[in-house]
Design a protein around this ligand. Structure first.
Ligand SMILES: *Cc1c(COP(=O)(O)O)cnc(C)c1O
Length: 436
């Protein structure tokens, strides 16, 4: 499979090229140029198929120009010593547990695959610099995946507040490969500055820059695998319509689901579950995209006012607007209902869920109450965060004390940056350059 830009200007590239140089020069984002056919997997695979087996087979079939079957198996094995788990709650709902990775968030899946594939793609003597906009609590996912990896430098740009879970001995000035930089501003500012820096082509060339945010196809595409896995697990009990409910901030996760569908996964729709930051809702309903001001909520990973994958979603709507109107259902959930839903799920199923998962669960309940989906519909709710990562909110919602395991507590230790900057390109580039 080759990739093209969402803007038409750039030539087609291989997956390898799109991973190493993640933004086309025309200002678009890379998307698959042709559909791949995954349908064979749904007949041949069943609930005994391991996630590693599925990843190796699916990666071979759609990254055929960049990965042979032997390397694909190696990547699958190196990336995933954890797997998703589908938990059937009742006839209406399942949870897809995506927080079994090393840092307890679904982002571990995309990042682990990207880290393993870089080991295949990087030429021995070459060094690559990965720029990443991080939230104070998600930088740790990237740092754990890339820390100590030969040939890789990781720059984490995070907004005002303290980043968690890094190991200062892994910072570049201390002989490691990580450069944390704090920006006086918001997460959206960080995302903008990362893109601006990659688009400074001179700087990008000098340091061989790419990103591990979901703008990089190398991080986004592997998220397709857990949708396929969930479907293969669920097909034995499905008898009516199937929906996936996806807590959406930058919309990478939802887009990965749409690719799974485009590549042949039989699904009736996706719920774009948002909190009060719901500017994509109007767009999905057919209105022009208007970027609303950021609102801080109790599901902070969904607090994005300008979703990075907006262009990729738009490319689906440009191609087939009427099909898409019947494929994606937006819903916006407020703080209060988020808490109530955490309590509901605890009382009804005896399970703790994190607030992001609760947004998706509440959105699924909302859509199920609409006539069209009332009856024979099963929704797989994506559980994107480990409840212990949000212990305070879980306790507030359920009234229950939860024990935070050591591995989660170790992700929450606060750390210092190597520099604090204003949101300006030269300040960021100087902070990076000063490390060498
Ligand atoms: C990042 C994140 C999301 C949002 O995913 P997108 O792909 O950005 O839409 C949802 N839940 C959790 C826990 C996250 O960390």
């Amino acid at each position: 499979m080759q990739l093209r830009s969402t803007k038409s200007g750039s030539p087609l590239v291989s997956y390898r090229e799109a991973v190493l140089n993640c933004l086309p020069e025309d200002g678009g984002l890379y998307v698959p140029d042709q559909a791949v056919d995954f349908r064979q997997f749904f007949t041949h695979m069943n609930e005994k198929t391991s996630f590693q087996e599925l990843v190796a087979a699916a990666a071979t079939s759609f990254l055929d120009d960049s990965l042979d079957p032997v390397s694909a198996s190696r990547v699958a094995k190196n990336a995933f010593n954890f797997e998703p788990e589908l938990i059937k709650l009742d006839d209406e709902f399942s949870l897809l547990n995506l927080y079994s990775g090393p840092t307890g968030v679904f982002k571990d899946f995309g990042i682990a695959f990207m880290s393993a594939i870089l080991e295949e793609f990087l030429e021995k003597e070459k060094q690559i610099m990965i720029l990443s906009a991080a939230r104070p609590d998600t930088g740790v996912s990237m740092s754990r995946a890339f820390s100590g990896k030969k040939g890789i430098l990781l720059v984490l740009l995070y907004p005002s507040g303290q980043i968690h879970g890094l190991d200062p001995s892994a910072y570049v000035p201390n002989g490691g490969n990580i450069i944390p930089v704090q920006l006086k501003g918001t997460f959206d500012d960080c995302q903008r500055l990362v893109i601006e820096t990659i688009n400074d082509r001179e700087f990008s060339k000098r340091y061989n820059v790419t990103s591990c945010n979901s703008i990089n196809a190398g991080r986004l595409f592997p998220q397709i695998f857990y949708y396929l896995y969930a479907f293969i697990q669920a097909k034995r009990f499905l008898c009516g319509d199937l929906l996936f409910s996806v807590p959406s901030g930058n919309f990478g996760n939802l887009i990965a689901g749409l690719y799974a569908w485009k590549f042949g996964m039989p699904v009736n729709g996706f719920i774009a579950a948002m909190n009060a930051n719901n500017s994509m809702g109007g767009y999905i309903h057919g209105k022009p995209f208007v970027c609303a001001p950021l609102v801080h909520t109790n599901s902070p990973a969904l607090d994005v006012s300008f979703p990075l994958n907006h262009e990729r979603l738009a490319s689906f709507y440009d191609e087939a607007p009427t099909v898409m109107r019947n494929m994606v259902y937006p819903a916006s959930i407020d703080n209060e209902l988020t808490l109530k839903t955490m309590e509901f799920v605890y009382k009804k199923y005896n399970l703790f869920i994190d607030p992001h998962t609760a947004v998706a669960f509440a959105a699924a309940q909302k859509i199920h109450s609409i006539n069209e989906w009332n009856g024979n519909t099963h929704t797989v709710v994506l559980a994107t965060g480990h409840p212990e990562r949000s212990a305070n909110i879980v306790e507030e919602a359920t009234g229950k004390k939860i024990r935070v395991s050591n591995f989660i507590a170790s992700l929450q230790k606060k750390c210092d940056p190597i520099a604090v900057i204003f949101p300006q390109l030269d300040a960021f580039e100087n902070a990076i350059a000063s490390c060498f």
